[in-house]
Design a protein around this ligand. Structure first.
Ligand SMILES: [Zn+2]
Length: 125
């Protein structure tokens, strides 16, 4: 394979990996079995009457509420990751990791596309 073919091949691989991770994430989210910590599972609906869905959703609500009580304007993804790791069930942790991996793969795909584009420009003229 030449350089261009290798890059195209990698894009195909990345797409397959993303698809696999998305499927896995969906299965994980469908099988949330709740936290071992009852406080974390909280009420069955939030303040907007939205039903409890899974640990990722609960973690989001927790961090959001915490942020509001501290009067902070930004959402802390570090705090979110900590909450998931400390309180989430195994399936939701898996779903969270899959999402992070998907993010990294998309970044890599962006770089590969950039490389292909650079080669394309060098072919001009
Ligand atoms: Zn869960």
């Amino acid at each position: 394979m030449n350089k261009l073919e290798k890059l195209a091949f990698r894009i195909g691989e990345i797409s397959n990996e993303i698809k696999k991770l998305k499927d896995q994430r969906e299965i994980n989210l469908e099988h949330c079995h709740g936290s071992e910590d009852e406080d974390f599972n909280g009420p069955s609906t939030n303040s907007d009457n939205v039903p409890f869905e899974n640990c990722l959703y609960n973690a989001y609500e927790w961090v959001k509420a915490d942020r509001e009580s501290d009067d902070e304007t930004y959402f802390s993804y570090t705090a979110f990751a900590d909450v998931i790791n400390d309180y989430g069930c195994a399936n939701c942790k898996g779903a969270y990791l899959a999402k992070r991996e998907i993010g990294l793969l998309k970044q890599e795909r962006g770089r590969v596309v950039g490389n292909i584009s650079t080669i394309g420009k060098s072919l001009k003229g």
